[in-house]
Write a new protein. Structure first.
Length: 309
């Protein structure tokens, strides 16, 4: 491999995601869960600039609260850069400048998008040219959502969520998302779901999680009304139990024109599906007037891509 082929820096943009459907199996012996998810990449992006350095370092800023994001080797993007360097035998380092727009610990995969962007950026910066399949393997070692941030679009994830198959999604789906400055711990939400499933009034875990066929049909048809009838998230009951105040926001959105509302991933970000861009704008205005930070996003969009130096 020829080191340092990119003379300056590389800018990569990677999307956040929504889980349009998320079914969670029972806890395994290793503490993890098998899942079945319909992912959609949406137009809320993370920007990562990679520049040559002797060491591995990171700086973090953004339009969202970033004080809780680690700026050391615990950062998933730094781990991604180190993993790639180890894979290709690169002896130098990199400085990553991350500008975040995806809510932190909000269930939209912002950290995973950072890691995917770091893989793509360092691959270009160092002239590795590993190719998508090899980058996907590295991404899967970093976390279940990282491979999807590489892929983008709409996909079905099984296993731990990292076994991906592209899903045909016709047209555009418009969403209004309500982020929260106070994140939720993904392991805590999963653990609470396991506790709740021990109660007789809570539906037990499926033996084999799978995405409902009606979700795939709605995506192929580009039909948000049909999708709204079948979108769901098994983690929602746990997230709402941990954050009961989210129920009021969900009810407001669903009563103000949304086709459906749900917790995004492990939460606490809420996502409302709308019929079209005009309906999304109206809902955004309504929720903003009620005191919420409301963002209009759409999907599907592309995965991590180089956008310039």
């Amino acid at each position: 491999m020829s080191q340092a082929l990119a003379p300056g820096g590389v800018h990569v943009r990677a999307p956040g995601k929504l889980n349009l459907f998320f079914e969670v199996g029972g806890v395994q012996e290793d503490g993890y869960h098998d899942v079945a998810s319909a992912y959609q990449a949406v137009s809320l992006f993370e920007d990562v600039w990679a520049t040559h350095s002797d060491e591995f370092s990171v700086s973090i800023s953004g339009t969202v609260e970033v004080s809780g994001v680690p700026a050391d080797d615990r950062n998933l993007a730094v781990r991604a850069a180190r993993l790639l360097a180890q894979r290709i035998g690169y002896s130098g380092g990199v400085h990553l400048d991350i500008v975040k727009h995806v809510p932190v610990a909000g269930g939209m995969g912002g950290g995973s998008a950072d890691a995917a962007a770091a893989l793509v950026a360092c691959d270009a910066l160092w002239g590795a040219d590993l190719g998508g399949a090899e980058l996907h393997k590295l991404a899967a070692r970093l976390g279940a959502d990282v491979p999807f941030a590489l892929m983008g679009g709409t996909a079905i994830g099984t296993g731990r969520g990292d076994q991906l198959n592209p899903a045909l999604a016709k047209g555009r789906f418009d969403w209004v998302v309500l982020p929260s400055d106070d994140g939720l711990s993904t392991p805590e939400v999963y653990a609470h779901l396991d506790e709740l499933r021990g109660r007789p009034d809570i539906v037990a875990a499926p033996s084999v999680p799978e995405v409902a066929p009606a979700v795939l049909h709605a995506l192929r048809a580009g039909d948000p009304v049909a999708l709204a009838e079948h979108t769901s998230n098994d983690l929602q009951i746990a997230a709402l139990s941990l954050r009961p105040e989210l129920r009021d926001a969900l009810e407001l959105g669903e009563g103000s024109g949304a086709l459906a509302g749900l917790v995004s991933g492990s939460g606490p970000t809420l996502a409302f599906l709308t019929a079209d861009p005009e309906s999304a704008l109206e809902l955004q205005i309504t929720l903003s007037a009620a005191g919420f930070e409301a963002l209009h996003v759409h999907g599907p969009v592309a995965g991590a891509r180089v956008v310039g130096a």
